[in-house]
Every structure is written in C-alpha cells, then in structure tokens.
Design a protein around this ligand. Structure first.
Ligand SMILES: Cc1ncc(COP(=O)(O)O)c(C=O)c1O
Length: 484
C-alpha cells in the first residue's frame, strides 16, 4: 500500500469529508423543506429498477461526489415518502430532523450500544429514556425495564421469547397462546419463530367494533384447559393496525391474572396515544401488562429503526437473554451497569436511544403530546366531513387517528361486490396519480379505504384534497359502470 493511498484505508481528506458531508446535509435539508410539494408515491417494476441500477462489482474507485449524485438522483427518489402529509397508508413514518441528525451522530461515531463497558454514555441514555417510557406507561422504574429494538416485530418477538421462558420453561409442547383476528401479523410471525405449531395458536374473533370478544377468549381458555393444554400467553392490541381499536385491556388484565397468563400488549403504533388528552382513559389497563411493545418509529416521530419493549421486571429480560461467553468476561461490569446485549437478541446494536433523547429534549414532551392530540382530532374532523357527504360511508370511525371508509353514494343502488370494486379502483387510481398513498384494507368482508393520520404536518386541507380526488375517481368509475 502506498503511504498516501487513502482509498485503501477507506479514508477521505478532511476537506473532502467536510464538503461531502455538507452536500449530504444540503440534500437532507432540501428534502425536509420540499417533501410536502413532491408526490409521495414511488412506483417502479423490477425490470425498471434493474435497468437503472444493475452493474457489475466496482473494482476500481469512483469519485465520491459522482456516487453521491447518482444515489441522490436515481435511488433515493425511487422511495415512497413515508413522512409526506398525504402518505396515509400502513403506519406512516413522520420522523423529525433532530432525530435524523442524532442518527447521523450515532453512525458517525459508530457507537457500540451493546455493553456498558464499551459505551457507558449510550447505556446510561438507554436506561434514562427507557425510564421516561416506563413512567409514561405507568410501569414503574424500580423494577421495570426494557430494550430498544429495530422495530415492533423484534419487540414482539423479544416479549414472546421472555414470556415462553417464564411461563413454560423448557417444555412448551402443551402451551397455548391467544390473540385476536385483528392482532398484527408480526405476532404470528414471532409465535412461529419461537417454535410454536399452528395447533398452539388461538385466533379469537373480534366484535363489530373490532375488539377481541372476551366471552370467546374465556371459552377458548376453558376448552384448552379441559383438553389438558396449558394456556400461557395473551396478546392484546393497543391500537390495531387496521382500525386503531384498543382491546379491553383492563378486562383482559383480569382474565390473565385469574388464568395465570402472560399479558403482552402490542401497542406498536397506538401506545403513543397515552400522551393524548384522555390517553390514560383510552388505554386504561395498559399499565397492567407484563410486557408492552411501543414503536418510537411510528407515533413518537422517530426515523427508522426504533422499536421498544417494556417489561414489568427487568430481570425477566436478563434471565432470558444473558449468556456468559468467556470473551465477554472482562466487560461484564456490576449488576447495575446494564449490558443491553443481555436484555435482548442483538449483541452489536446501534445507539438508538440517542435520537429519542435528543428529539424529546429539543422539542419537549409537550410538543409530542400536542402533535398526538392534533392527529386524533384530525381523524375526527375527517370522519365529520365524510359523514356529511352523500358519497361516503364510514366503516370504522376515527379511532387513535385511524379511519376506514368507502365510496358508496346514497343515491346509487350498488351490490357489495360493485362497491368493493369501485373502492379498489379508487385506491389504484389515486396511487397511480402519485398524489397520495391511500391503500385499501378489508373489514367485515368489505373493501375500504384506510387513513392512518399520525403525521402532524398533515392538515385538513390535505385530507379534503384527497377526498375530493377520490370522489372524482369514484364518480368516473361509476359513470363507466361497464368496467365494474
Ligand atoms: C400494531 C403493530 N404491531 C407491530 C408492528 C410491526 O412493527 P415493525 O414494522 O416496526 O416491525 C406494526 C407495524 O405496522 C403494527 O402496526
């Protein structure tokens, strides 16, 4: 290697680093400034992306700015803008600039957030921010604990591994787990990952408001016991993805206590509603869970990837995940110095707590509360607009900033099948226009349009524009009824 061969050390000169970094910051700031004026939807086929991006492995260097320019022009624009005010589908990712910069610091310094000895500052910030969350959710900081994960799926998985160890030990062949037909698919995935068979899973039906039926849950538990099986865990939803519905947490807590079941709550998206004006009422009973998933990268406005699992007793996590390999013996520390690699699955972990800490400190919790309250009221205003229109029918009212509705003009005689087709086509047309990301879901067998309004920059004007656009498409499809 030549002495000054920067490439072979993967280095840039100081000036080049600065210029490169400033250019990137300019791009990010421009994105934050202009994203609302862009179209949120990115659509491309595999063939199109292959033709744009396929190349052989680059053995020789390319100038840094050239690579950057290519990425900014050809790669980044080919992504849905999940923080766009008209990005209504799935669970949007509103994010914020402070956290984006915090993530840049965490990556720039490549902080290892696995063990205390490597980064006491990172570990302490994770303990601190975890304590804030434990407080917010009434879990108590004395015994309570938790871990930041890559997202809600990993938090649910971490919870279920813990629940299985504590309730079943090594033999879980007769264990049975319960969740509603509206629970998020990541829970089923996690149940499969931890080795449960289909026959050990009970999907409990929901009522007309999409809440789990307590009667059916109790029946299922009783039946399983009569058959010599061992009910061990109940997963409730605090904000289902489809409709925002919160299961009756308080009543479920009682059933879990009476039946000695682990009580896990998936509040990945809806848990943040605890910060709304009547959050404690909406989520009554959330504090009674053994474990709770909340996703800061959803309604706590953090960029990806940041999920969180809270537990009532931090020893449950360390008891489940601690391994003591000889190569970590010198960095164990004392009991109070938490090694987060002992609280979850990952050993090497990025410094996720930093963005949560910096954004909460910078904006203040009150700003988060106002944003969440605003979103809830925005969904209610949307419901009001739709209810007053002769063209729309509400299928599930505004609940934790989610609303489901369908185009169904009162003066038209349409079959259920025709209404389904029209709404599917409305969604396709609006997505193809690129103006809004508005996909459908199915509720009670009906195809409906679903809005998840957790972006504090979405205004009622954005929503009115989208509804009007959908109405025009709906009328157009109706007028060409032969297509239906
Ligand atoms: C209720 C619920 N649980 C879990 C998840 C999975 O979270 P993630 O996508 O962060 O893994 C989601 C995602 O939308 C969700 O809405």
């Amino acid at each position: 290697m030549k002495k000054d061969d920067l490439n072979a050390k993967l280095e840039l000169s100081k000036e080049d680093m600065k210029q490169y970094g400033y250019t990137i910051i300019d791009h990010i700031v421009a994105h934050f400034e202009t994203q609302d004026t862009k179209k949120p939807v990115a659509i491309a086929t595999r063939e199109e992306m292959d033709s744009l991006l396929t190349e052989s492995i680059p053995n020789q260097p390319t100038p840094a700015n050239e690579v950057l320019e290519f990425v900014m022009e050809q790669v980044i624009p080919q992504s849905t803008i999940v923080s766009h005010p008209k990005s209504y589908s799935f669970v949007p990712g509103p994010s914020n600039y402070i956290s984006a910069m915090a993530d840049t610091i965490a990556t720039g310094f490549n902080i290892f957030s696995g063990g205390w000895a490597a980064s006491p500052g990172a570990a302490e910030l994770e303990i601190l921010t975890m304590n804030w969350l434990l407080d917010i959710f009434g879990f108590g900081t004395k015994l309570g604990g938790g871990i930041f994960t890559s997202g809600g799926s990993m938090a649910n998985l971490t919870a279920l591994v813990t629940a299985r160890r504590i309730k079943c030990g090594d033999d879980f062949s007769k264990a049975v787990i319960y969740l509603s037909d509206q629970a998020h698919s990541s829970n089923i995935k996690a149940i499969k990952v931890i080795g449960f068979k289909k026959s050990q899973i009970r999907i409990i039906p929901t009522d007309l408001e999409f809440k789990i039926s307590l009667n059916k849950l109790k029946n299922a538990i009783a039946k399983d016991r009569l058959q010599g099986l061992e009910p061990f865990c109940m997963i409730a939803s605090a904000g289902t993805t489809n409709t925002g519905t919160v299961d009756p947490l308080d009543e479920i807590a009682k059933i879990c206590k009476d039946e000695n079941l682990w009580f896990h709550i998936d509040g990945a998206y809806g848990g943040a509603a605890i910060l709304a004006n009547n959050g404690k009422e909406i989520l009554k009973g959330i504090e009674k869970a053994d474990s709770l998933t909340v996703d800061p990268h959803k309604w706590f406005f953090q960029p990806y990837e940041m999920g969180c699992l809270l537990v009532k007793n931090h020893n449950w996590l360390s008891g489940t995940f601690s391994e003591k390999p000889e190569y970590l013996r010198d960095v164990e520390g004392n009991e109070s110095e938490i090694n987060f690699y002992d609280h979850g699955i990952q050993l090497t972990r990025r410094f996720r707590a930093l963005k949560f800490y910096m954004s909460l400190k910078t904006f203040g919790l009150d700003s988060f509360k106002k944003a969440i309250q605003y979103n809830i009221e925005l969904a209610e205003q949307t419901e009001d607009i739709l209810r007053k229109s002769p063209k729309w029918e509400i299928i599930s009212p505004a609940t934790l900033a989610v609303i489901n509705y369908r185009y169904h003009p009162i003066d038209q005689k349409l079959s259920e099948k025709e209404i389904d087709i029209i709404n599917q086509k409305i969604s396709e047309k609006i997505i193809n226009s690129g103006e809004a990301l508005l996909v459908t879901t199915v509720l009670l067998g009906q195809v409906v349009l679903r809005m998840c309004l957790i972006n504090p920059r979405t205004t009622i004007q954005h929503i009115k524009e989208t509804i009007t656009q959908c109405e025009v498409f709906g009328d157009e499809i109706l007028s060409q009824k032969s297509d239906i």
